[in-house]
Design a protein. Structure first.
Length: 277
């Protein structure tokens, strides 16, 4: 990597910390910018190179993923005084239904929990799906939070209170007693550090075969989506759901509540029946 790029990258990371970005966001930005700089192979950055990089990404990733990476790189370019090289994001029509190949159902979730048995992972799955927290927020499920019945979560410069359902609270208390924890995060690695995304991702993927669930559906964030869809199906209150999920925009929350493909087709069939009878 060009030495100047390496220096800019280090300073950009410090800048993100000063902007009080979450650790997950910083890691995402740094990963995306490193990928971009590796793509550049030390060459000079210009508008033409950025357009070519955008086309390179578009040929390999889903549009939403492309835009996510471009946001990171554009931020880096603005920081380094190269805003003139920034590129526009791809235009994406808002999706009105989600892919059934990616949607985790309640039955599949239950099979994953069953496959995990009485392990720590089973409780991780239940905690994320039972509260709707982000996987990066698991660290706030502490011994103190479990006994209080609620966790105070700080993420993306916002603080919100997450209530722990009584049945989940009971199971968490049992784990605390079993492990002998006295304080701090409930879910920790062997060295005592809070579990990270990669640990949980890897362990979840290992359940797929025994649970009979497609690996395409098995990742931590899909548990949060299942929580959101279930809550919305009961309450039909998107504003309250946005608060629970920690979203600053309801437009983000809408992504979590869109119908599955079969539900969308079912509605269209009903419309067709009305029109033709």
């Amino acid at each position: 990597m060009n030495p100047n790029h390496e220096k800019n990258l280090t300073e950009f990371e410090q800048y993100l910390h000063h902007e009080e970005k979450s650790q997950a966001t910083i890691e995402k930005y740094m990963r995306d910018v490193r990928a971009f700089l590796n793509y550049m192979t030390g060459g000079e950055i210009g508008k033409d190179q950025m357009i070519a990089f955008k086309e390179y990404l578009a040929a390999r990733y889903a549009p939403a993923s492309v835009n996510s990476m471009l946001v990171s790189v554009n931020s880096f370019l603005r920081y380094t005084g190269q805003a003139h090289c920034c590129v526009k994001l791809l235009k994406i029509q808002r999706q009105i239904f989600c892919s059934e190949q990616r949607e985790l159902t309640r039955q599949e979730y239950q099979r994953l929990v069953k496959a995990a048995g009485g392990t720590r992972l089973a409780l991780v799955l239940q905690t994320i799906c039972g509260t709707g927290i982000r996987v990066s927020e698991l660290q706030y499920i502490t011994v103190e939070a479990v006994y209080a019945g609620k966790a105070v979560v700080s993420c993306k410069n916002k603080t919100r209170v997450i209530f722990i359902p009584s049945s989940l609270q009971k199971t968490l208390k049992e784990r605390i007693k079993k492990t002998g924890l006295k304080t701090g995060p409930v879910f920790v690695s062997k060295n005592g550090a809070p579990l990270n995304r990669s640990n949980i991702w890897r362990e979840m993927k290992a359940l797929c075969a025994s649970a009979g669930v497609s690996p395409d559906k098995v990742f931590p964030h899909n548990l949060r989506h299942l929580f959101a869809r279930t809550f919305y199906s009961i309450e039909k209150d998107i504003v309250r759901l946005a608060d629970l999920l920690g979203h600053s925009s309801i437009n983000t929350t809408r992504i979590y509540t869109i119908d599955s493909g079969w539900q969308h087709r079912s509605r269209l069939e009903r419309v067709q029946i009305i029109l033709t009878t």
